[in-house]
Design a protein around this ligand. Structure first.
Ligand code: CA
Length: 79
C-alpha cells in the first residue's frame, strides 16, 4: 500500500519506514520541487534530503531516510 511522508515543513523529519517504489514523499511548502532538492549518502546507509539554496530557498535539511541508499531516490519517489 502506498503511503506518503511529508517533508518541507519546519522540522527535519526522520523517515524510518520508507519503501522504495511503494512509498512517495510529498513535498510541502515554499513551492519546493524535486529539482530543488539535494541528496547525500550517510555513512550508516541512509540518505539526507536537503533543499538547495537557489535564491528562493536557503539551504536547509529537510529529512533523513533511514536505511535507504541515495541511489534509490529519484523524481519518481516524490509527489
Ligand atoms: Ca526510488
Amino acid at each position: 500500500m502506498a503511503r506518503s511522508s511529508k517533508i518541507g515543513q519546519d522540522t527535519k523529519d526522520t523517515i524510518h519506514d520508507f519503501k522504495d517504489s511503494t512509498d512517495k514523499i510529498h513535498l510541502e511548502g515554499k513551492g519546493l520541487r524535486f529539482r530543488d532538492l539535494g541528496f547525500a549518502d550517510d555513512k550508516n546507509g541512509g540518505t539526507s534530503i536537503k533543499a538547495l539554496s537557489d535564491g528562493n530557498f536557503s539551504e536547509e535539511d529537510l529529512a533523513f531516510l533511514s536505511g535507504i541508499d541515495d541511489g534509490l531516490i529519484n523524481g519518481a519517489d516524490f509527489v
